[in-house]
Design a protein around this ligand. Structure first.
Ligand code: ZN
Ligand code: FE
Ligand code: FE
Ligand code: FE
Length: 164
C-alpha cells in the first residue's frame, strides 16, 4: 500500500500494532509459565487479559474509521518476542530468570508505549477523536503495566536475583 498521506501512515501503523497485540496474546502465556514468582505470574496474566482487550479495542478503532481490521507484519515485535524467548531457554536460577522476564516484558511495553503514543498524536492531528480516545486508553494501560513491572523488579525480583 502506498503511503502518500499521514492518514495512510496512521492506517499502516494501526495494522502493525494490531499484528503486534495478536502476537503478544500468543506469547504472554509462555512468559507466565516460565515465571516463578506468583506476583509476576499474576501481573503477566492480568496484562494478558488487558492485551486481549487491546486487540478488541483496535478492532473498534478500525470500525471508527470505517475499515475492517487488517494486520501488517511487525518485525519489531517478532524480534522482541524471539529475543525474550531465547533468553528464557537459557539455564538460570528461577529468581534470575524472573528478572530476565521482566526485562523482556518491559522492552515490549516500551515499544507499545512508543507506538500508541504516536498513533494517538496522529489520530488527534487527523481529527479522529474516537480513535484517539481508544488508543489513549490502551496507551495508559501499557504505561501502567510498565510501571507495575518496574515496581515488582525494584522491590522484589531484582533483590531476590542478587542474593540467590
Ligand atoms: Zn502489550
Ligand atoms: Fe498491548
Ligand atoms: Fe511494528
Ligand atoms: Fe503491553
Amino acid at each position: 500500500m502506498a503511503m502518500r498521506t499521514l492518514r495512510d501512515l496512521f492506517e499502516h501503523q494501526l495494522k502493525d500494532i494490531y499484528y503486534a497485540e495478536k502476537e503478544l496474546v500468543k506469547a504472554l502465556p509462555k512468559m507466565v509459565k516460565s515465571a516463578s514468582s506468583q506476583k509476576l505470574q499474576d501481573g503477566l496474566e492480568e496484562h494478558l487479559d488487558q492485551t486481549r482487550g487491546q486487540v478488541e479495542r483496535l478492532e473498534q478503532v478500525f470500525a471508527s474509521i470505517d475499515k475492517s481490521p487488517e494486520t501488517e507484519k511487525c518485525e519489531a515485535i517478532e524480534g522482541l518476542i524471539d529475543e525474550g524467548a531465547s533468553l528464557l531457554d537459557e539455564k538460570a536460577d528461577p529468581e534470575v530468570k524472573d528478572a530476565a522476564i521482566i526485562a523482556a516484558a518491559q522492552k515490549v511495553e516500551h515499544y507499545e508505549i512508543a507506538t500508541y503514543g504516536t498513533l494517538c498524536v496522529w489520530a488527534k492531528q487527523l481529527g479522529l477523536e474516537q480513535a484517539a480516545d481508544l488508543l489513549g486508553e490502551s496507551l495508559d494501560q501499557e504505561k501502567q503495566a510498565d510501571m507495575n513491572l518496574t515496581h515488582l523488579a525494584e522491590h522484589e525480583i531484582n533483590l531476590a536475583a542478587e542474593t540467590v
